[in-house]
Design a protein around this ligand. Structure first.
Ligand SMILES: CC(C)(COP(=O)(O)OP(=O)(O)OC[C@H]1O[C@@H](n2cnc3c(N)ncnc32)[C@H](O)[C@@H]1OP(=O)(O)O)[C@@H](O)C(=O)NCCC(=O)NCCS
Length: 190
């Protein structure tokens, strides 16, 4: 039997989930409007179709190695994330999923025991330098708070000053005991 207290807790959890899944309208400095929203399966086609428009360098910074195209398997996992462990938020044109081009993607994946999550982010050069990186990273941090994930981490190329600066402004620190040549591991304690 439901108690009033249990009902109230369910209501609060549903409200928090709705907040995480909200669509946010953002007006960019260059006059364009984008929607910040969780990814949907229908976003797979526009993402795959425009991948070749990205610069080699931004792909290498995101994946830490060159990538020519996104595999079907990768696209499926990206656009249909497991709601228990993964979260993907995007900045897209203000149209329905499938019709909208996607300008930026931020993703996190939590580990098996749920205490830590790894992030990856790519804000394409079409919309970079307008605050989207910060907005998307904040949405990932919000999700971690909701799921009680204590550590959000990512691997960043040592010369990726934009990401290192962005992360620093959000409170990330460099993890000194992680030593892969050319890569800095950054971590935020939440
Ligand atoms: C790094 C990246 C996510 C930044 O996204 P963005 O939307 O351009 O960043 P924002 O506009 O939100 O900038 C936020 C802060 O980051 C820093 N920053 C962003 N671009 C910068 C640049 N080119 N040089 C130095 N600092 C920069 C600044 O501190 C900036 O704050 P400010 O605008 O108040 O100065 C984006 O350039 C990108 O996706 N790069 C390729 C992929 C990648 O590097 N991924 C990270 C590893 S997973």
């Amino acid at each position: 039997m439901f108690s009033w207290q249990a009902m109230a807790m369910l209501k609060t959890a549903a409200k928090a989930l709705k907040q995480l899944q909200r669509k946010e309208v953002v007006n960019l400095r260059d006059g364009r409007t984008v929607w910040i929203r969780p990814i949907q399966a229908a976003d797979a086609l526009p993402i795959a179709g425009t991948f070749h428009l990205l610069h080699e360098d931004e792909i290498r910074r995101r994946f830490l190695h060159p990538v020519k195209a996104l595999s079907d398997d990768y696209l499926m996992r990206l656009t249909q994330p497991d709601p228990e462990t993964d979260f993907v938020v995007i900045a897209a044109e203000p149209f329905e999923p499938g019709a909208a081009l996607v300008g930026a993607v931020a993703r996190l994946s939590s580990d098996d025991n749920g205490g830590r999550a790894e992030f990856g982010i790519l804000v394409s050069h079409f919309v970079s330098g307008q605050g989207l990186g910060k907005i998307l990273m904040r949405r990932l941090i919000e999700w971690c708070k909701h799921k009680q994930i204590r550590h959000l981490w990512g691997d960043v190329l040592n010369d990726n000053h934009a990401m290192l600066k962005l992360a620093e402004s959000l409170g990330f620190v460099r993890e000194s005991r992680h030593t892969t040549p050319g890569i800095t591991r950054i971590v935020l304690t939440i």
